[in-house]
Design a protein. Sequence first.
Length: 371
Amino acid sequence: MRAHLAALVASAGGWLSFEDYMDAALYAPGLGYYSAGARKLGGDGDFVTAPEISALFGGCVARTCAEVLGAVGGEILEIGAGTGRLACDLLLRLESLGALPARYRILEVSADLKDRQRQALGARAPHLLGRVSWLDEPPSSPFRGVIVGNEVLDALPVTRFRRHAGGYEELGVVVVDGAFAWGARPADPGLAAECARRESAAGGWPDGYASELCRRLPAWTAAVTRALEAGAVLWFDYGLPRAQYYLPERDDGTLICHFRHRAHADPFSYPGLNDITAWVDFSALAEAGSHAGFEVAGFATQAFYLAGAGIESEMRAAGEAGPAAAARAAHEARRLMLPGEMGERFKAMAWCRGGVPPLGGFSLQDLRHSL
């Protein structure tokens, strides 16, 4: 991976945009973090997502899916299904609710993760495996239903920038004495305009302020949702509205890496073995939804989304297995909902079109005014 990245830097003239570096480090065929065979998620991986913590999360998302499917019919498309845990939880809970879709499709770029998803579904829901199919690219034929994206936006490659001498510069990657390092060049006009918008929303930045933005977000989200003619897109990820994301005191951005359950800020360590992410600008996501022809129908913290989507009912159902199961469900709910855990840092957003009624998951909190 290091040799591949160094070759990319050299072929780019000695300076490689961080967006291209991050793209290669995560997705280079056979080498990138999401393309190679090492385990990423869960206790023996590098980080844990909400579905890995508890089936309560999938149960709540299943209830929202059932609302949408009951209104418009159709199917479910999951973007980047990770270990397959959420797919299993959704299908099994929808089965118990009598709301199974005829088809459940997974858009997955990693051959390794596809295999793990098949294994998970075969082990936990073998009778439902016939409803599941995998896609290498977004569907082209129109369909109705639900698109679910859990922690996929944070893995989109980002552009790094810095406020400098009254203007902006782009931070890229250079090689110094055989090691990767940051290198700066003047921002192009498009990037400078995007930086100026964000600085204006934040009320000004000090010289040296650095952060990131995802220039791919509008085109990528439009591509993966274009075929949905009626239904909802449910996004779950960590992030903030723009005015909070780009506060002056957050002067080194939100770029974060994960290796063996340790978070750090060095994207140049362990390339290919090291997850690289950035928080989501939910204002940019809302703009992307509007431009793609959707109504931004809900925006809430994960805690309020889960409460509105029926986590208390999911906990009662889990507790029917006995006191130990009830205690375990309560512990898992705290991890999903407490502010110091995932409750406030993670957000839920719904894009809707084509006759979808108000969704219960967004009935207790409406943060759209903050976007």
